[in-house]
Ligand binder design. Structure first.
Ligand code: ATP
Length: 427
């Protein structure tokens, strides 16, 4: 298990080190909204790219980037307008409003004096154009999946795909969550990475199993504290025949990270009915079929959060001295190499800056000349920088630098003209 006992510790590290800030903090903050700082944004991009490459660099899956503003008919057909709701109750004593779930008393004051649950639609509704009438209603999409279903035939014909094939998408989704948090676990604006795999119904068991295993393998490269949780029959969405969550052990316990769902023919069927357009796929033998869908769906922000929880560790360095390390995988770290001149003397700075600029294209690099070298190492440890390159006075004489390893804290003396191969090898 991770050393992280609570989200507060991580949250303060994230703010201190430029990973994430409360949105609109100077105005008191906007609840459940976050702004990723320089390092957080880079880490998010690195994760998204890993997912995108894994999904799209294969012969059977293509990418898509559909609109966030959604046609109301799309969301009527999908069932979101009528049924994308949470049961909401009010505490009659302290007036707190919360999602009912299974707790039957107010989480704020403990009172059992609560209203009957009322359905609350989680979608953000707005108006397109200058007139706020009913005809101009659009929604911010509550998931990226619908954009894929309504374009599946355009994608299939333009890209000459035959079943089975998938469409992957990364993009923002919006849900007016009643009980957001903790931290970024559940937010009102978040990013999803979804892939819809279109298949022949008779192959659904095979592909469900395939995606279940393939998605777990993806995580095995970056997270340890993961497990499957199969959905019980009474938990399944009405259209789904089987579903499994990949769960991560967050400081609040085992929670959903990604869902893999066998959605049957529901989505394409509903859009065919709603749009009155023929969305059937023609097989090579001329048979017209409605494809069956296996979906993989994960929140990018939640994956980011899991990765930080997993990477966080506290270590005793020596008597009374502790260090905090983000042991991020080297390929994902937002800073991979930091260049540190031992002192602020001009020739040391010049060499450190020269090396930083030399490696800037190849790696995510940082440069820091402020404070004692010990403090700078601790800062890079907390950021999760795998390697620090220190330039000292001897470097000017012998053209060698010291490379410090984040995890082992070992130091290697490396000739400047060998540094490229050394870094390539380590990273
Ligand atoms: P929950 O029951 O936790 O609200 P869900 O089962 O409705 O989530 P899905 O609709 O299956 O979630 O969404 C797929 C993935 O998107 C989730 O596994 C999660 O990683 C992410 N996700 C969903 N809602 C949020 C949110 N409000 N904030 C951050 N990530 C989210």
């Amino acid at each position: 298990m991770s050393d992280l006992k609570n989200f507060e510790t991580l949250q303060s590290l994230c703010k201190r080190r430029g990973y994430i800030f409360q949105s609109a903090e100077i105005y008191g903050g906007l609840n459940a909204c976050w702004d990723y700082g320089p390092l957080g944004a880079q880490l998010k991009k690195n994760l998204a790219e890993l997912w995108w490459k894994t999904m799209v660099r294969r012969s059977d899956i293509v990418g898509l980037d559909s609109a966030i503003l959604s046609h109301p008919e799309v969301l009527k057909s999908s069932g979101h307008v009528s049924a994308f709701t949470d049961p909401l109750v009010d505490c009659l004593d302290c007036k707190y409003r919360f999602r009912l779930e299974d707790k039957k008393k107010c989480p704020q004051c403990g009172s059992q004096n609560i209203t009957e649950p009322r359905p609350f639609n989680l979608m953000f509704k707005t108006h397109a154009g200058s007139i706020e009438d009913q005809g101009a209603v659009v929604y911010l999409r509550p998931e990226t999946a619908q954009g894929i279903y309504v374009q599946f035939l355009n994608v299939q014909t333009s890209m000459r795909k035959t079943l089975p094939f998938g469409v992957a998408q990364i993009g923002k989704a919006f849900r007016n969550e009643i009980t957001p948090g903790p931290f970024t676990f559940r937010t009102r604006e978040f990013e999803q990475m979804e892939m819809q795999y279109f298949i022949h119904s008779k192959e659904s068991s095979k592909w469900y199993k395939y995606w279940k295993e393939t998605r777990l393998q993806f995580y095995e490269g970056i997270l340890k504290n993961i497990r499957y949780r199969e959905h019980a029959k009474d938990e399944l969405a009405h259209y789904a025949s089987q579903a499994v969550d990949i769960e991560y052990h967050f400081p609040i316990g085992w929670k959903e990270l990604e869902g893999i769902h066998d959605r049957g023919q529901y989505d394409v069927k509903m859009h065919q009915e709603g749009s009155r357009k023929n969305l059937a796929y023609s097989t090579s033998t001329g048979e017209k079929i409605i494809p069956h869908v296996i979906e993989t769906s994960v929140g990018l922000d939640r994956m980011w959060l899991a990765l930080l929880c997993e990477s966080y560790r506290e270590e005793d360095v020596k008597e009374g001295e502790k260090r905090v390390v983000l042991g991020l995988p080297k390929k994902l770290a937002p800073i991979q190499v930091a260049f540190l001149p031992l002192s602020k003397k001009e020739p040391l700075i010049a060499l450190a800056v020269k090396l930083r600029d030399q490696y800037m294209d190849q790696y995510f690099v940082d440069y820091d000349e402020t404070g004692s070298i010990g403090k700078r190492y601790r800062r890079q440890d907390e950021i999760g920088t795998p390697l620090c390159v220190t330039i000292d006075f001897e470097s000017l004489e012998d053209q060698q630098v010291t490379v410090r390893d984040r995890d082992k804290m070992t130091q290697d003396r490396v000739a400047v003209d060998q540094l490229t191969s050394y870094l390539n090898n380590k990273l």
